[in-house]
Unconditional design. Structure first.
Ligand code: DQA
Length: 148
């Protein structure tokens, strides 16, 4: 097991996975997604810190902690993706690999979802793969770390 963890940070309303718009986000719960992400990370030799917050400040603080403690960060900032410069600035200061993740294909949805203030600071952006995107994101993080 590698020393530092892969942080998987989730934003608002993702605690409602499973009941929230299942046609868009699927039927798996956040607990299901967490198990899958943890399993994928373990297979790559990493432990995970899996977090979900509905408020911006807690996400910013988790990113500050990631600065010292994370090998890589997977972030689904949910709606904050589209407008939170505070989260974008906190992502920008990280030197570890950052994977931006969205369950849905944000480009096939409402106009406001097409823009991300985080993408300029993410090495990888994954969207539209459903909750399997968490497994893909963890694998992408491990691949970035292998090739760093
Ligand atoms: C999301 C897409 C966002 O537009 C939305 O606000 C979310 C989830 C996704 O995972 O597809 O809450 O980030």
């Amino acid at each position: 097991m590698n020393g530092k963890k892969i942080f998987v940070i989730n934003g608002p309303n993702l605690d409602m996975l499973g009941v929230r718009e299942p046609a868009v986000y699927g039927t798996k719960t956040l607990a299901d997604v967490r198990s899958e992400a943890e399993e994928a990370a373990k297979a790559e030799g990493y432990a995970t810190e899996f977090l979900q917050y509905n408020c911006e400040c807690k996400i910013v603080e988790a990113l500050h902690r990631a600065y010292d403690e994370a090998a890589a960060v997977v972030i689904n900032a949910a709606a904050y993706t589209h407008y939170s410069y505070a989260i974008a600035d906190a992502v920008k200061m990280l030197s570890c690999p950052v994977i931006e993740l969205h369950i849905s294909n944000v480009f096939a949805r409402e106009e406001f979802r097409k823009g991300s203030v985080i993408s300029p600071y993410a090495g990888v952006v994954i969207c539209g793969a459903g909750t399997y995107g968490y497994t893909l994101a963890v694998k992408a993080a491990a691949d970035k770390l292998r090739n760093a």
